[in-house]
Design a protein around this ligand. Structure first.
Ligand code: TRP
Length: 331
């Protein structure tokens, strides 16, 4: 048990797209080869923007789990838990709320962005979201937290809050290190190149969903906007092509340099056709794995049960310790 501990989470938002694979899950697959990993389906985070369709989150949870398995998360190496199954998460979340200066939470840029989008429908839960995330990681004394660039600030908050608690009472929380994937970490929306590929942009044609049909994938990639330079090079002046190169590299594991060299004399049409082929071949296989797993609900439940037992074996003693240090337990 001396391997470093890794924790990360994805929300069951039902929008799993190629960006989630390239930016997060692919990294998780690598990490499970070297570390002890616990991956969480963070449904309590997902409800911070309430889902209007009843029962949808439940489907999303099983979907996400089936996708994890389809992509190759190996439950002999990694554990997978459902955040809301373990009440220690929101329990510590509440406690940490009380140790987070309002001004610090109020500086989170993701919250500010969402506030301007959601206006008066914004919830207190969304404001407190980073603090629940802090609880997620601090419960496990984890060493490494793989996240996208957009979550870096939230992890800094987690470290900050842990430090406050530690210095006020006893050093009981380990400060987690973020692991930010560099290249290709943030696949962008094909149409809104300044935005992360995510369902929050209302336009679905810029998103390559993992469950997209062959036809849709070809259509989306072939019609993706580009500049008029017709030169396949990775640079700031050609953000659309850079994004497509990131997708290409993310799926094939070729370096950007090699892909540039390969398409030195090609036009965008050729490059896009090849990319569509590559993406579809990859997804076709993943989709058939997914269909296999999603039809076996009792197996999926067993995985979550095991994940929960594994998780509680760590968090129950941690909560006990926190209560004792705070003086809110029976003595
Ligand atoms: N906030 C993260 C996201 O939306 C998801 C998340 C919740 C998470 N808890 C976490 C990621 C703990 C890493 C560790 O991307």
């Amino acid at each position: 048990m001396s391997k470093p501990f890794v924790f990360s989470g994805i929300q069951p938002n039902g929008d799993l797209n190629i960006g989630h694979y390239i930016g997060a899950i692919k990294n998780w697959l690598k990490l499970q080869e070297e570390y002890d990993c616990l991956y969480s389906i963070v449904d309590l985070h997902a409800i911070t923007i309430p889902e209007k369709v009843k029962g949808k989150i439940n489907n999303n949870i099983y979907d996400l789990l089936a996708w994890f398995l389809a992509f190759g998360l190996d439950i002999n190496k990694s554990k997978i838990m459902l955040q809301s199954d373990n009440p220690d998460h929101p329990y510590l979340g509440w406690i940490l709320n009380c140790f987070t200066p309002f001004g610090l939470a109020n500086r989170m840029t993701q919250f500010k962005e969402k506030t301007s989008e959601l206006k008066e429908t914004i919830s207190c839960g969304l404001f407190n979201y980073p603090i629940l995330m802090a609880a997620d990681v601090l419960l496990y004394d984890c060493d490494i937290v793989p996240v996208g660039e957009d979550q870096k600030q939230h992890l800094e908050l987690a470290r900050d809050v842990a430090q406050r608690f530690n210095s006020m009472y006893e050093p009981i929380f380990k400060l987690p290190e973020p692991l930010i994937q560099k290249n290709g970490a943030r696949i962008k929306d094909l149409y809104h190149i300044e935005k992360k590929m995510s369902k929050s942009s209302k336009d679905e044609k810029g998103i390559i969903f993992i469950l997209d049909s062959k036809e849709n994938i070809y259509k989306k990639i072939l019609k993706a906007p580009t500049d008029s330079k017709n030169s396949i090079q990775f640079n700031n002046q050609q953000p659309e092509i850079a994004n497509l190169l990131n997708i290409y590299a993310g799926i094939t594991d070729l370096s950007i340099k090699d892909i540039e060299a390969k398409y030195k004399n090609s036009d965008y049409k050729q490059f896009k056709e090849d990319l569509a082929d590559i993406v579809w071949k990859f997804l076709e296989n993943i989709q058939s794995q997914y269909h296999k797993y999603i039809s076996d609900k009792s197996y999926l439940n067993k995985i979550l049960d095991e994940g929960l037992a594994f998780s509680q074996a760590i968090t129950n003693p941690k909560i006990k310790q926190v209560r004792k240090v705070l003086g809110i337990s029976k003595t």
